[in-house]
Design a binder for this molecule. Structure first.
Ligand code: SAH
Length: 248
């Protein structure tokens, strides 16, 4: 089952794997190898601790090209701004529950949207994972249901599991389609919408800015979860602007 004749496998190339704050360059190389074994080529690095580094090249074996072509970013926000679907991986439960999928479910979601949307999968730091703020940028979260006694996998092995499941989903999925009438909003467009809503809420004193509690996280979760499209974004932003004009 090498999938040589399955055209949708070519789409895998463009999935963006985002590694955040990686400490050990060897993990970057090993992740690149895990990607290339599964046919994924687009690697983004957010503030890597030690890169470029020979260890990254060495551990990548024949996936040197992926390491050499990796793009480096200053923040997760910047790395995923052109993506319509962003999945964040996490070994732990967070305070605010987010829609969380197992690798196979996430792979299904990816395979249904591949080629139609730009997709990023974000992986965290070896010691601390992703911050709540970084996880808040994502539409969906992925958890590998490992043993709670020791739930955190080596970074490259987590990459391997997710990449493998995505490849399997594509090999199995014959009826990949999207019948949505409008393009989904990119991560940047959704972020601008959330900022705009926050601005308006402040203008009408909707919440105490010194004590926003979980309001903003809930608003953010709503928009991320809904996979809002471009037209819907424009409707909300148009409404917010109209209200802001009337207030003046
Ligand atoms: N102590 C950290 C673990 C970091 S492991 C934490 O609590 O999040 C480094 C990265 O590997 C994680 O940020 C995640 O991207 C991935 N990873 C490791 N174990 C995982 C798991 N069980 N489910 C999903 N991702 C995992």
């Amino acid at each position: 089952m090498d999938g040589k004749n399955n055209p949708s496998l070519k789409l895998l190339k463009d999935i963006k794997i985002v590694l955040v704050g990686t400490t050990h360059p060897g993990n970057i190389g090993a992740s690149a190898r895990a990607m290339k074994n599964m046919g994924i080529y687009n690697l983004a690095l957010v503030k890597p601790k030690d890169f470029p580094n020979d260890q990254a090249i060495y551990r990548s074996k024949a996936a040197k090209d992926i390491v050499q072509n990796a793009k480096v970013y200053k923040s997760v926000k910047e790395a995923v701004e052109d993506c319509e679907l962003v999945l964040g991986t996490s070994a732990r439960d967070r305070t605010i529950p987010w829609p969380t999928l197992k690798p196979k479910e996430a792979a299904q979601e990816v395979s249904e949207n591949l080629g139609i949307e730009k997709i990023a999968i974000v992986f965290g730091r070896e010691d601390r994972g992703l911050t709540n703020e970084e996880l808040g940028l994502c539409n969906l979260h992925i958890n590998i249901p490992s043993d709670p006694e020791y739930s955190s996998l080596n970074l490259s092995q987590a990459v391997q599991i997710i990449a493998y499941e995505i490849r399997m989903a594509l090999l199995e999925d014959e009826n990949r389609a999207d019948d949505w009438d409008v393009e989904r909003a990119t991560n940047q467009q959704t972020e601008l919408l959330i900022e705009h809503m926050d601005e308006l809420m402040k203008e009408v004193d909707f919440y105490d800015v010194n004590n926003p509690r979980k309001l903003l996280v809930r608003v953010r979760r709503f928009f991320k979860r809904s996979r809002i499209d471009v037209m819907e974004t424009n409707i909300f932003r148009g409404l917010f602007s109209t209200i802001q004009k009337k207030l003046k």
